[in-house]
Unconditional design. Structure first.
Length: 115
């Protein structure tokens, strides 16, 4: 999100008047909305899935995994990670680092790559 400098807001106030300048600044700031990100992954054990990640700044973050060939949707909360984005519950972990990810279910891990 880009924040206007005080110099820029003063120019708007002079040209538009204080009420219109405030409205213009509010419109510029709120128009920079963040959107959720979606990615498709193919994994080493044959799993194919789509992941929809919450928008940046949403707290708490989450990922919703949809496994191809199934209507099953799995929502995972974001958990602490020193590297990448990690989403997990007590049975499943989906850990992304760049274009790659690791999916762990039932104690078995597979490497996934985004398409």
């Amino acid at each position: 999100m880009r924040i206007l400098s005080s110099h820029c807001s003063r120019r708007l106030t002079v040209k538009l008047g204080p009420v219109l300048a405030a409205a213009a600044i509010a419109a510029m700031v709120t128009s920079a909305t963040a959107h959720a990100t979606e990615a498709s992954y193919s994994c080493s054990r044959g799993t194919k899935l789509n992941a929809q990640f919450s928008a940046p700044g949403v707290s708490p973050g989450h990922a919703v995994l949809t496994f191809r060939g199934s209507q099953r949707r799995l929502a995972l909360p974001q958990v602490m990670s020193a590297d990448g984005g990690r989403y997990a519950n007590d049975k499943v972990e989906f850990w992304i680092r760049g274009r790659d990810a690791t999916l762990t279910r039932n104690g078995k891990s597979e490497t996934c790559t985004s398409q």
